[in-house]
Design a protein around this ligand. Structure first.
Ligand code: C2O
Ligand code: CU
Length: 467
């Protein structure tokens, strides 16, 4: 019996009283973590290539995985060993505004040699991540990110709980990072799409599996801008969570889409033959490629796949009141082939050419989001339900991330979703209209921006103020 199964059964064996006392003790104790942002190097492409100089947390790509149980507090001290300012944002976590990690908005940037202490208790279980929020298009692109997992009280029984942080890197032939982080082409087109896709920092990773094994695969897309659409060969993945929140499990016969910054939790029942090889294939863009390979070991783990339940407890997020909701329409415009003629920059109408000369190419409701001290796009009292309709009038997909909240997505192109679902980084495709709703219940000033990080740097962002 492997450790994971053992933990499951031992949990069941605890008596009620003891289990409660135990849970309380666990909840009371904060998990102390130290994350040092610094320079390091790692073999991304493989043994035949030189190591790549990267920026990482604790010298690792991805950074140290943080795993706590729901109800447990986090106490993270971030040290900056870089020679530029940085900060850490906890992507997807509903936390107090002052802990959100957006330098220039919720805190001052952490200067080289300085520390910052983040303390909060994540309210929801699920799959999240952390990443730099200073010049994110460069700092995340250089590797400043890591996984953050909040475990359910009763997770489904699996043989292995695997995290795949998927990313892509833009590397030269000698495996060094191409440092064109300010590329105007990337800003106005699809963002920084790399040439070396990786799983947990490794190109063409090989993952050993056993026939009959049940794997929970936590996909976290840490790319600057690349979206993934993954298929697993003979294995039909069952989606159990999106952006950290439980969905009613469904077997996906189509490839699984993971937009930039998005997360998807899958259950994979490995049904391949012993000794066989099964590539994981991406086909989001024109050229498909092998992201990684499952290699089956000689001896099966079990004869037939597990039949135990895989449902996660439903999210406990306040339901927006759709009838009384404040309606807000947001139109994304700009970029190459976008047809945007003029927009407001610093409160002044300008032609796109003039805006582009200053480095910006996108607008939300005709306003270029070039700063963090702009008038908010949405300004409401705490507790207001907001119905947010996002129209993408551009030629590119945009993963639109709202900080500090989850939004319920209930329709795409006016087609109601059979099962509305919670999201924090919905991918809005060209010409799509997506309808979402949420309760603005977390006070503070929050970013709402495109997580194609070059798009955000080029003006695709706004503020939501809740008082
Ligand atoms: Cu993943 Cu503004 O962040
Ligand atoms: Cu975008």
């Amino acid at each position: 019996m492997n450790r994971r199964l053992f933990l499951q059964y031992s949990g069941v064996a605890l008596s009620g009283v003891f289990a409660t006392a135990h849970a309380k003790k666990v909840a009371a104790k904060a998990r102390a973590v130290k994350l040092t942002a610094g320079f390091t190097s790692t073999k991304i492409v493989g043994p035949d290539f030189p190591a790549t100089d990267v920026w990482g947390f604790n010298g690792l790509i991805p950074g140290t995985p943080i795993r706590i149980s729901r109800g447990q507090s986090l106490d993270v001290t971030v040290a900056n060993a870089l020679n530029v300012p940085t900060s850490v944002h906890w992507h997807g976590i509903r936390l107090p505004n002052a802990m959100d990690g957006v330098a220039g908005l919720t805190q001052a940037a952490i200067q080289p040699g300085e520390l910052f202490r983040y303390q909060f208790t994540p309210p929801d279980s699920g799959t999240y991540w952390y990443h730099s929020h200073v010049n994110a298009h460069e700092q995340v692109g250089r590797g400043l990110y890591g996984p953050l997992i909040i475990e359910e009280a009763a997770p489904p029984m699996v043989d292995r709980d695997l995290i795949w942080m998927i990313d892509d890197w833009r590397l030269r032939d000698d495996a060094a990072i191409i440092e064109d982080f300010e590329s105007g082409h990337d800003r106005s087109h699809a963002g920084r799409i790399g040439n070396v896709p990786t799983v947990n920092g490794r190109f063409r990773d090989i993952v050993k599996v056993r026939t009959g094994e049940r794997i929970r695969l936590r996909l976290i897309n840490a790319s600057n801008a690349r979206n993934f659409s993954l298929s697993f060969g003979d294995v039909t993945p069952t989606v159990i969570a999106i952006d950290g929140q439980a969905v009613r499990p469904f077997a996906s016969d189509k490839p699984v889409i993971v937009g930039a910054a998005g997360r998807v939790d899958l259950i994979l029942d490995m049904i391949g033959d012993p000794d066989s090889v099964a590539p994981v294939i991406d086909n989001f863009y024109r050229n498909s490629f092998d992201l990684a390979k499952f290699v089956y070991e000689k001896t099966p783990l079990r004869e037939s796949v597990l039949e135990t339940p895989i449902d996660l407890a439903p999210a406990e997020i306040p339901e927006p009141d759709l009838t009384g909701a404040l309606e807000k329409e947001v139109t994304i415009a700009g970029g190459a082939m976008g047809g945007l003629r003029r927009a407001k920059l610093d409160g002044e109408w300008m032609g796109l050419r003039e805006i582009a000369r200053k480095g910006y190419v996108w607008a939300l409701n005709d306003v270029v989001g070039n700063k963090l001290d702009m008038p908010p796009l949405i300004d409401v009292k705490r507790g207001t339900s907001i119905r947010l309709t996002i129209h993408n009038k551009t030629a590119f997909p945009h993963p639109m991330h709202l900080h500090g909240h989850h939004m319920k997505m209930f329709s795409i192109n006016e087609q109601a979703l059979p099962e509305p679902r919670w999201v924090d980084s919905p991918l809005v495709m060209p010409d799509q209209t997506v309808e979402l709703a949420f309760v603005a219940d977390n006070p503070g000033e929050w970013l709402f921006h495109c997580h194609a990080l070059e798009h955000h740097a080029a003006g695709l962002g706004a503020l939501v103020r809740i008082v």
